[in-house]
Each structure stands twice: as structure tokens, then as C-alpha cells.
Write a protein that binds this ligand. Structure first.
Ligand SMILES: *[C@@H]1O[C@H](CO)[C@@H](O)[C@H](O)[C@H]1NC(C)=O
Ligand SMILES: *[C@@H]1O[C@H](CO)[C@@H](O)[C@H](O)[C@H]1NC(C)=O
Ligand SMILES: *[C@@H]1O[C@H](CO)[C@@H](O)[C@H](O)[C@H]1NC(C)=O
Ligand SMILES: *[C@@H]1O[C@H](CO)[C@@H](O)[C@H](O)[C@H]1NC(C)=O
Ligand SMILES: *[C@@H]1O[C@H](CO)[C@@H](O)[C@H](O)[C@H]1NC(C)=O
Length: 484
């Protein structure tokens, strides 16, 4: 049929050609969709008839995958929405008529002394923790977290809906208190509350729209922080002024400014961070970087979800490539951690305020044709494993243990695994060691992990022995030793 390499090239060329000739992208995507649908249906039909002849063993394998799945819940929908917004950024770029070149980021002039002069190494290891029953990863109880593993724990998430921060009932407050109690095992641990929302009415958009609303919101949030003895807050607005009211960008900056004023006056010990986007179109629309720098302690850059199954980009790819793949050209060459981090620097975010996002989860895909299992291979949907394409590390390592093939991609410094039609991009100790080394040797402000719950915290992976949280532990060790 088609080889591993032909299709992605053809596809990239099609996309680039569209830009050059000013062809209507929507028309091209429709035509592409029809062709893709025909190809997919043909392949699926052939595949299904062939598959039905295959042994019972395969069906058992698929059943095992289902059993491995944790019970889904709507919180995963939140993660999926972000991944889809990142995908939409690709589409927005292709729809626009700007003629940017993406591969070059302006050089950043630093007046840093050579690294040999740096004394004691300090770094942040910011770990997101999703509360039990959120449906994100495994249910991890606060007491199961080693208090010395991370320097910061972000409790995910306090949601804003209907114009207020919620839910803050006694059950939720009890959980916050149990996370804060970890500080007795590590007095320097910081526990922050991460507040998630979007641009819908009743969410961040409403809460930041007027000075009065912002004032009330800041008052409400600070009351929770003080009551729970939290160390700060993390904003996760996905995403201000992107595909929504352009004024949100200014309003968000005003919120940060007014919050900083208030903290300077009365709570100077509290930290403020923002979880920020990776795709260039979103960064450009959402953040006034030079202003943000003044008001935030650091940003957590969500350098993951670069490739995720969406119908208009139905192909495999790395969740979090450190560097570009040799096949990546044009916009696709920007879909990696190194490009995003350099771009944030070029916009004026100082290195020490850049905390680089590292995933402990992966993304699963279902291949159209199990003989075509490389990078950028045609995919027909999420994989069977995981929830909406999100797979935890224990799920992946059990997949790998069930005789899946694995490939470590040298360009991207990331592995993928496949078996039959199932394909997973993930991070392991090796890929995370590369990323942590990138953070340490690059002089960045630290590493952020999404999420504690997606690591192997129950020691389910055969190679982790008694080592709970093997992935995050690896990151910590590399950051502390600054070596692989
Ligand atoms: C998953 O959900 C089903 C039905 O909702 C329930 O029977 C089962 O016990 C749940 N499994 C786990 C591991 O919670
Ligand atoms: C790009 O689009 C804008 C309107 O969206 C238009 O004013 C401008 O002329 C276009 N530029 C080119 C080079 O087509
Ligand atoms: C990382 O990004 C910088 C800035 O864009 C670029 O100069 C460098 O070549 C990139 N490194 C790799 C290995 O791609
Ligand atoms: C939203 O808030 C208003 C007033 O604060 C309240 O009357 C209404 O019931 C709330 N709606 C929902 C769905 O919670
Ligand atoms: C608190 O809120 C959570 C999430 O909405 C809910 O599951 C729980 O039942 C509530 N607890 C109480 C005591 O209201």
C-alpha cells in the first residue's frame, strides 16, 4: 500500500502547497478528508476481514488492554480539550495568510556567568497532583506521595464555574489539608492550588472582565489559600484571548498585576505561577510576556500534547519530542519542547522563570494498517489503551511487557511502542533523563511534571522494583546531579 515515509511527506507537501498557492484550506481538508476516509475505510475493511481470521490470542490481548484501563471520567475531557486546542493551533496557522518562517528563533542575549561559577544548584521540580476520583491517572492518596520527591506540588484542579471558585466543600478542603500536611515531612515543600478554567461565560473570562470582578476573585482565592495554609496559586486558563475575546489577554495581565499588588501588600510569601501554552499561535494571542514576567514567579510551560489524534491530523506522532524530527518541516518543526522553550525566551521570559513541562503519560493511537507503524503513520483514532488517548506510565509499561515492539527515536529523544494496530508515544526514564539534562544544562528554572498520578506510583512496572515514581525520581536525580 504506502510505505512508512511516503504519506507524511505527501501530507506535509500538501499543507505547504496550500499556503503557497493560497488554496482554500477548508476545501483541501475536505478533499483530504474524503481521500483519507476512502483510504481508511478500504484499509479497515481489508484489515477487519483479515483480523477476524486471527487467533483468539489477539482478542485476549485486546481484552487485557481494556482491563488495564482505569475508569474514565469527565476530568479527562479537560485534558483532551487542551490537546485538541493545540491541534486547532495547527489549523489556525494553516488558515492564516501570514508568511512566518518558524524554524529560526531570534537569539537570546544572556549575561550569565559561565556555569562553573554557579554555586549550589537550585531547581524547581513542580509536580501536578490530581485529586482522587478525578479520573486522571490512578487514584493517588496524598499520604502516598513522598514529601521530598518534588519541590512544589500543584493541586489539580480547583475549577471555576458559574462565576466562582468551586467546589470548596469540606471533602475537598480535607484533601487540600492532607496535601499540605506533607510539609511536615519536608518543610521546604511548597503546595499550590491550581485553578483551571477557560474562556466560557462564568469562567476566567467573566472573573477577569472588570476590576470589581477581579477584586472579588482575588479576595475569594486568597481566602482559600490562607484558610488551607497553601503556598500559592497556579493559573491554568486554557487559553486567554485564543479563539475568543481579544480583550482577555489584557484582562489576564490585569488580574496578575492586581494579584501581585495585593500579595506585595499583605501576602508576600505566596507564589504565583501560570500554566502556559506551547503552540506559537496560542502563545502569540494569549500572553503579554514582558508584562507577565513582572507579576509571576515562574511559568509552567505545557510542552506536551504536541501530537494527539485529531481527525484532521490523523497520524501518529510524539506527545513530547525534545527536538524536531528530521521529517518535520514548516510549522511542524515548531512542535517540540526545544522550539517552544526557545520561543518563550525570545519573547522575554527569563530562563530562570521557565519551568519546562515533562509528561509521565503518553498518547495512544490506533493504526490504520499494522504494517505501517512508524512516526506519522496513518491513524484511525485513539488507541484502545488509556482514556481518550491519554495513557499512564503503568499502562504503557504493561503494554510494552506484553511483547510490544519499542523504538527510541534519536531525533526526538523519545520512544514509541506498538503491537498489532496499537501505537503509543510515551516517556520513559531515558527520554526524561534527556529532558531533565536539557533543563539543567540550559539553566532553566526547573521541570514541571504532569502528573504524579500518571507515574508508576504503585510499582506496577516490573523494572521499577521497589522504586515508586520511577519517572519523577529519574528527573529529580538528573536535576540534582546534572548528568545522565
Ligand atoms: C469501573 O466502573 C464499573 C462500572 O461503573 C465498576 O463496576 C468497576 O468496579 C469500576 N472499576 C474500578 C477499578 O473502579
Ligand atoms: C491577509 O489577510 C488580511 C485580512 O485578513 C488582508 O487584509 C491582507 O491583505 C492579506 N494579506 C495577503 C498577503 O494576502
Ligand atoms: C533548539 O532550539 C534552538 C533555538 O531555536 C536552535 O538553535 C537549536 O538548533 C535547537 N536544537 C536542536 C537540536 O534542534
Ligand atoms: C449560578 O450562580 C447563581 C447565583 O450565584 C445561582 O443562582 C445559580 O443557581 C448557579 N447555577 C448553577 C448551575 O450552579
Ligand atoms: C464535595 O464536592 C465533590 C465534588 O463535587 C463531591 O463529589 C462531594 O460529594 C462533595 N462533598 C460534600 C460533603 O458535599
Amino acid at each position: 500500500m504506502f510505505s512508512d515515509r511516503q504519506l507524511p511527506h505527501a501530507r506535509y507537501e500538501l499543507l505547504i502547497e496550500n499556503k503557497r498557492t493560497g488554496l482554500n484550506y477548508n476545501r483541501a481538508i475536505k478533499a483530504g478528508g474524503i481521500i483519507a476516509a476512502v483510504v481508511i475505510i478500504t484499509c479497515l475493511t481489508a484489515y477487519i476481514s483479515w483480523k477476524s481470521l486471527k487467533s483468539f490470542h489477539d482478542r485476549e490481548f485486546v481484552k487485557k488492554l481494556w482491563e488495564l484501563n482505569l475508569n474514565n471520567s469527565d476530568s479527562v475531557e479537560w485534558l483532551k480539550q487542551r490537546a485538541e486546542l493545540y491541534g486547532l493551533a495547527v489549523k489556525q496557522y494553516l488558515d492564516s495568510n501570514q508568511s512566518h518562517t518558524f524554524t529560526a528563533v531570534p537569539p537570546v542575549i544572556t549575561n550569565k556567568s559561565p556555569s562553573s561559577n554557579i554555586k549550589a544548584k537550585t531547581f524547581r521540580l513542580v509536580c501536578y497532583y490530581s485529586l482522587p476520583n478525578s479520573g486522571i491517572g490512578g487514584d493517588l492518596m496524598p499520604e502516598e506521595i513522598n514529601p521530598s520527591l518534588c519541590t512544589h506540588i500543584n493541586i489539580a484542579f480547583a475549577q471555576i464555574t458559574n462565576g466562582s471558585l468551586q467546589p470548596v466543600n469540606s471533602t475537598i478542603l480535607g484533601l487540600y489539608n492532607r496535601v499540605v500536611a506533607l510539609k511536615s515531612g519536608n518543610p521546604s515543600l511548597k503546595v499550590l492550588l491550581s485553578i483551571a478554567g477557560n474562556s466560557e461565560p462564568g469562567s476566567f473570562s467573566t472573573l477577569t472582565a472588570t476590576h470589581a470582578n477581579r477584586k472579588q476573585f482575588i479576595k475569594d482565592v486568597l481566602a482559600v489559600l490562607v484558610q488551607c495554609k497553601l503556598d500559592g496559586l497556579d493559573f491554568d486558563w486554557e487559553f486567554p484571548a485564543w479563539q475568543s475575546d481579544k480583550k482577555e489577554r489584557v484582562h489576564f495581565t490585569q488580574l496578575l498585576m492586581e494579584l501581585r499588588d495585593e500579595l506585595n501588600r499583605r501576602h508576600s510569601n505566596l507564589l504565583v505561577s501560570v500554566a502556559v501554552a506551547s503552540p506559537k499561535p496560542i502563545i502569540d494571542d494569549s500572553y503579554d510576556v514582558p508584562q507577565m514576567v513582572e507579576y509571576v514567579d515562574y511559568v509552567n510551560v505545557m510542552t506536551y500534547d504536541y501530537h494527539f489524534y485529531v481527525w484532521y491530523l490523523p497520524m501518529t506522532g510524539f506527545n513530547a519530542p525534545l527536538y524536531k524530527h528530521s521529517d518535520d518541516i514548516g510549522y511542524f518543526a515548531t512542535l517540540n519542547t526545544n522550539w517552544t522553550v526557545s520561543y518563550w525566551e525570545s519573547k522575554g521570559m527569563p530562563k530562570e522563570k521557565i519551568v519546562v513541562g515533562l509528561p509521565t503519560y503518553g498518547h495512544s493511537f490506533t493504526l490504520v494498517n499494522d504494517a505501517n507503524h512508524g512516526v506519522s503513520a496513518p491513524a484511525s483514532g485513539f488507541g484502545l489503551l488509556g482514556s481518550k488517548g491519554f495513557v499512564s506510565y503503568p499502562q504503557t509499561c504493561q503494554f510494552v511487557a506484553a511483547e510490544a515492539a519499542t523504538v527510541f527515536d534519536r531525533d526526538s529523544r523519545a520512544p514509541y511502542a506498538y503491537k498489532n494496530t496499537q501505537w503509543i508515544s510515551y516517556d520513559d526514564e531515558r527520554s526524561l533523563a534527556y529532558k531533565a539534562e536539557y533543563v539543567a544544562s540550559g539553566g532553566y528554572g526547573g521541570a514541571m511534571i504532569w502528573a504524579l498520578n500518571m507515574d508508576d506510583f504503585k510499582s506496577e512496572c516490573s523494572n521499577s522494583g521497589q522504586n515508586w515514581f520511577p519517572l519523577i525520581t529519574k528527573v529529580k536525580n538528573v536535576l540534582e546531579d546534572d548528568q545522565l
